[in-house]
Structure formats: structure tokens, C-alpha cells
Ligand binder design. Structure first.
Ligand SMILES: [Zn+2]
Length: 153
């Protein structure tokens, strides 16, 4: 039996590399690279600025521990046989990532159109809305909860 088959056999019934595991893998690499950077800074500062060197040494340990923990967590999730639970974690991760992306996308749009549109939220339910600028004080009816309020444009 060749290596590919062995690996396939081994991974059968296990969670494998889902999107969350891929993110964890990248995150652990970033954390470990930062640990290396702080290690270099420790050596660079040790002769001239002892206090800074101590801080960099502590940061090195913190980032090394975090990177290692993330790598172990990632491996555990990939090897796990409790696929249902791991899939649930993955779904939660995807949902949060989507929410975060939408948040930044919205901020980008708001910045781009800041001269033509005033962006605001319904004070009652938090529904996002926009209105053309330079129309003075306007009366707004929320499309979500029908709350009526005034806003300056
Ligand atoms: Zn509302």
C-alpha cells in the first residue's frame, strides 16, 4: 500500500482540513513568525537596552506559546473523529468571518459615498439606513420596525 492510500485510510472518518483549520494554520504561522521577529529583536537589543530586550523576550514567549497552541488546536480539529462537532465549529467560524467581511465592506461603501449620502442607524432597532445629503432635517420611517425619527442630512 502506497503513502497516498495509507493517508487516505488514516484520514477516513476524520474531520480533515476545513476552512477553519486552514485559517488556524495560517494564524499559527503568523504567530510563530512574530515570535521569530521578537526573538531577533531580543538579540538586537540585549546589549544596548536591557529593558526593551526583556519586553521582547516576554513577547517572544507569548507569541510562541500562542502559535504552538493554535497549531495543536488545528491538528486536533483535523484529526478529530467527532466530525459533527467540528463542522459546527466550522459553520460558526464561516458565519463570523462573513459578518466581519460585510462590516468592512459596509464601512468602505460609507467612506466612498460619504459626500453624497448620510449613513445612520435606527435608534430603536439598529437597522442601517442612508439618505441623500444636504436635504436638511428629514423625517425617517424605519423600514424594519416603522419607528419614526428625525435626522440631519
Ligand atoms: Zn427600526
Amino acid at each position: 500500500m502506497n503513502f497516498r492510500n495509507k493517508l487516505y485510510r488514516f484520514m477516513q472518518g476524520r474531520n480533515g482540513a476545513d476552512e477553519f483549520a486552514k485559517f488556524q494554520n495560517r494564524a499559527s504561522l503568523v504567530l510563530l513568525m512574530l515570535a521569530i521577529l521578537f526573538s531577533i529583536l531580543t538579540v538586537a537589543f540585549v546589549r544596548h537596552a536591557m529593558k526593551a530586550a526583556v519586553v521582547f523576550r516576554i513577547l517572544y514567549f507569548v507569541f510562541y506559546a500562542l502559535g504552538l497552541a493554535m497549531m495543536i488546536w488545528c491538528t486536533f480539529r483535523m484529526m478529530s473523529r467527532n466530525v459533527a462537532k467540528r463542522q459546527k465549529e466550522n459553520t460558526t467560524f464561516l458565519y463570523r468571518r462573513q459578518k466581519l467581511r460585510r462590516f468592512f465592506e459596509n464601512k468602505k461603501q460609507e467612506w466612498k459615498n460619504r459626500k453624497t449620502y448620510k449613513y445612520f442607524k435606527c435608534p430603536k432597532c439598529g437597522q442601517r439606513m442612508r439618505a441623500p445629503r444636504h436635504k436638511g432635517k428629514i423625517r425617517v420611517t424605519c423600514s424594519n420596525c416603522s419607528n419614526v425619527f428625525f435626522t440631519k442630512t
